[in-house]
Structure formats: C-alpha cells, structure tokens
Design a protein around this ligand. Sequence first.
Ligand SMILES: NC(=O)c1ccc[n+]([C@@H]2O[C@H](COP(=O)([O-])OP(=O)(O)OC[C@H]3O[C@@H](n4cnc5c(N)ncnc54)[C@H](O)[C@@H]3O)[C@@H](O)[C@H]2O)c1
Length: 350
Amino acid sequence: MSTSSTRNAVAAPARVLLLANTPRSFPGFDESAAMVAEAGHELIDPGARYVPQDEVASLIEDVDAAIVGGTHELRETALRHAGRLKVIVRQGIGVEHLDVDVATELGIVVSNTAASNADSVADHTFAILLALLRDVIRHDAETRRGHGWDHRPPLAQLAGRCIGVVGTGNIGRGVVRRAAAGFGMSVVCFDPFPDHSLVDEYGARYAPLDELLATADVVSLHVPITPETRGMIGARELALMKADAVLVNTARSQIVVTADLAQALRSGRLAGAAIDAWSPEPCAESELFSLRNVVVTPHVGGNSVQSSIKARTWSVRNMLEALDGRPRDVVNPEVLDTPGLRLESASRLT
Ligand SMILES: NC(=O)c1ccc[n+]([C@@H]2O[C@H](COP(=O)([O-])OP(=O)(O)OC[C@H]3O[C@@H](n4cnc5c(N)ncnc54)[C@H](O)[C@@H]3O)[C@@H](O)[C@H]2O)c1
C-alpha cells in the first residue's frame, strides 16, 4: 500500500465540528478546545447533546473536520451532505457509531484515539474480575449490615492460575502485562496477529481459541466487533470452558451470545461472569442482572480522568496532523490509496 500522495495540505483556518453528547466539564475538553483555537481553526460546538442526523446534515455542509465523541453517531444521511469534510476523528476506540464504509467511499479519512483508554479498560478488567472472584459486592453490602462475618465461603485467587486473553491489541496487551507481572498468572492468548513481545517478556503463549477456552481459569475478551467476532462465544464455546472458570467481557456485548451465557451461569456449567458491555446501551434489563454469580458495570471500562484527557486532546492532535497531511490511527487505511481521497498531501504516520 502506498503511504503518500502529492497534493498540498489544508490551509488554515479549518472549520471543525464537534459532535459529542459528553458533558463539556469532562477532563480534557477545555484543553482540546484550546488546541483548536491555538492552531487558528474554528470550532463549531452544538453542545453536549445528541444532535439529530438531519441537524448534523446541515451543520456538516461546510466543515473540514469532525470530532465525534460519547455515543454520538455520524451516519450516511449526514455524511452525504459533507461536501468539504476530509477527516473524522472518533474520541475513543470503537467506530460502530460512524458509517465508516460511506466515509471511505467519499474519500474521508476516519481516525480514532487508539490506546487512549487501554490502561483504563485493562484496570477495569481486573476490577470486575476481582470483584467477582472475591465476592466484593456482597461482602460490602453484608459488612455494612453487620453480617459480614456470618458466612464466609472460600474465595478464589489469581496467583498461580491461568488467564486466556482473546485479542492482544492495546487493551489485551495491558491485561497480559498486569496478569503476568502483577498477579503471577500464566497467560494463554488467541489473536490472528500474535504479539511476540508478550511471549518473550511475559511468558505468554498463543493457542487456538478452543484450546484457550479449555485451559484458562479466566477468559477475558478484547476483540473488536466484526463479522468473525460476533457470537464468537456461544453455547459450544462455553461448554469447552472449565466449570470453575469465569468469563470477563469488557469488549462488546455481541461477541457473546447472552442467552447461552445466562444458561451456562444458571446451570452451574460456568462459575461466573463479569460484564461491562451491553446491547443495547444503556441497558435497562438483562437476564444476567438477576444472577448472583455475575458482576455488572455500565460500560465504564474506558472511563478515567486520565483516559478522558487523552481521548479529547489526542482527537484534536489526530485532526490537526491529518489536516497537515499526516493522518494517524487511521481506521480505514484503504482510503489513503483512493483517487477520491479528500485529504491533501496524506502521508500516514502509523
Ligand atoms: N469497556 C470499554 O469501555 C471499552 C473501551 C475501549 C474499547 N473497548 C473495546 O475493547 C476491544 C479491544 O479494544 P483495543 O483498543 O484493544 O483494540 P485493538 O484494535 O488494539 O486490538 C484488537 C485485537 O483483536 C484482534 N482480533 C481481531 N479480530 C480477531 C478475531 N477474530 N479473533 C481474535 N483476535 C482478533 C486484533 O488482531 C487486535 O490485536 C474493542 O471491542 C473495543 O471496542 C471497550
């Protein structure tokens, strides 16, 4: 794939549309707005709300860049009005709220803030895993009621046990590091693109998914949602897991067949689950909510002061570098080789 073209970069000032239904008081918003102003560009901010797509369609007509955060969407109907738009930057990782295929067809670069919240999600993986294995939620409630000392069944520990990490990208790597170096766990991984540094530095080994499922005491999911990963963990896969194993999903809900997971948990086929990803979101009800051997959180894995600052400021950094002809963290790299590419002088950084 070629990584450069010969056209010129965008001259300032550019018009930048912010679509984010995230409070502007979140860490990093002020800094990111200042970065846009310092670069001499104009920020168009319709406020911390979900802007309907027909309104987006009129706002986006004469902008050069769009930054999309929270659960805000940027869909085909609006994109088709974006005659000047050259780059979309997602404040975060997952791009399912954007019609990436349409952006590619129109010659628009889509970028995300890869790894901006990887440490936060890796931390959260262990937060809900340990809450499950150490029965923290029940112990907290019972201790406050004065009954914490009444009933103390044996709990599980992590040291000496095996974690299976499905997907060893930015978050999966953080989980491997914490598991091996911090908790003294052995690590088995599954990913079509193995990271050999995890083998060399942390003694991890790569194995087929079925072998990972049959081996691990903890199975933790860190793959994106794709046609291959949708429903990746269903009844057959759950049946391969050890009866005292637990499943952690901080990735995306649709990777797991929820009805099959609930059945495995109810029947005792699987010891427990810790879940931070839901469908739909927000999720008002789930058959998992009534189960004792499940710990749930409302998709807050990526949420931290530190990751918020990174996502906001990195989104502006990526936008500025793209407008300067150096797009990075490109989600649709194939667009860089199309004759219709709207960014000028594009040479990819990563
Ligand atoms: N809970 C949260 O708040 C939160 C926050 C950020 C990201 N996420 C989710 O976490 C997941 C991972 O994010 P990331 O930043 O590490 O992504 P990443 O792109 O850095 O890594 C994904 C890894 O999955 C691997 N992969 C892709 N398809 C696979 C398959 N079929 N089988 C096995 N491995 C496969 C890729 O090779 C890659 O190594 C995504 O689903 C993302 O949406 C959740």
